[in-house]
Design a protein around this ligand. Sequence first.
Ligand code: EPZ
Length: 424
Amino acid sequence: MDQFVINGGCPLEGEVTISGAKNAVLPILAATVLGSGQSVINNVPQLHDVKVMKEVLNNLGARVQGDSDQIMVDTSALDCCEIPESLMRKMRATVFLMGPLIARFGKVKISQPGGCSIGSRPIDLHLKGLKALGVEFKQRHGALEGSVDKLVGAEIHLDFPSVGATENIMMAATKAKGETLIYNAAKEPEIIDLQNYLNRLGAKVRGAGTNVIKVKGVEELNAVDYQVIPDRIEAGTFLVAAAITKGNVLIKDIIPEHIEAVAAKLTEAGIEMKVDHNQIEVIGKETWQGINIKTLPYPGLPTDMQAQLMSFLSLAEDTSIITENIFENRLSHADELRRMGAKIRIEGNTAIVNGVDKLYGTIVRATDLRAGAALVLAGLGAEGETVVDNIYHIDRGYEYLEDKLTKLGADIIRKTDLSITDAD
Ligand code: EPZ
């Protein structure tokens, strides 16, 4: 299993360019199934999850080419609507293919996606929305089979503004008869990016970014070239990396409004930032204040930045209260931070973080993608050597993380240690 070995204490200095957004490119790659022909997707990050999505599309009969930040996907010869369990298990975001496959073939077969370390990750809202469009589902030997003669537009009220459910329903509705309204839709920037891609395919989607999305069904969709938005969570992660190392970093090729909530919290803690139209400069400080954080759906503080901010606030002058409102089990990184000397008490879905003067390097283990990133940040801000194990979690969502950090002056190397297994 690969590990990162980090020697902390180096203030990060210089410039970093942010890659394309993982959580935009995955639904957009799924949406290529809706059209026929070759789409060229640009600004694609080289991530494990993107590799898996390409494998899934190939498995469905699409022709996928390109290993750089450009992917060509030709779905003309798509001839399968089943996703094998082996691929579903590799990445639960394959669930985004339900809507497009049903819209194209009138049926889909997937294995029930499992949960992960941050929560049970149910898909009841996805199924509720697709059923409202006329899809019938059957459970068979752990597989979920959906079928419909013709999708028909409907009014759908989401109990929670689920990102994935909003995206799945949007994609299915593009080829439903009539009009679909999605109320209490998720408003994340990745939803707007998906709407823009779908409309370039010839769909008629309006309202993404608000809590009501309207989709007018069309008969045919084609294929187009498209550029994916920058990754706001990677950008936020580098904001925190600069702040926790008291460095001075220019974070480029971003959309600042997408990480307004994160920048506002860092400002509240006393960090200085200069915001330009497509970049933010962080001017780190020697000390920072504790703050209170509640994760919320966009435009609130993103749950995907909670772990990284916990690392940062572990070194604040006083106490912070962090409440995780999106996932039921997304505070496990606190255990690993405590092993580095952090003083964190968990009460239900809340972490009380009493800032300490120093964190100390030791061996820690990534339990999920963002927890892994948080431990790298803690290692950068700690005294001594930190070994972060299980970094395959990190490779799922960060492109060339160690290279980007090294260019900023961090002392971090990747070590492939074949002797360590993932035995818990
Ligand atoms: C997307 O996951 C992101 N993943 C997640 O990013 C992100 O944390 C999450 O949105 C919230 O912003 C991708 O886009 C690939 P949800 P998704 O449906 O769609 C509950 C990362 O680190 N829920 O908005 O799965 C669910 O259990 C990843 O990049 C239901 O109850 O998130 C959770 O508590 C992690 N029933 C809450 O809603 C459903 O049918 C939010 O989930 C669906 C969701």
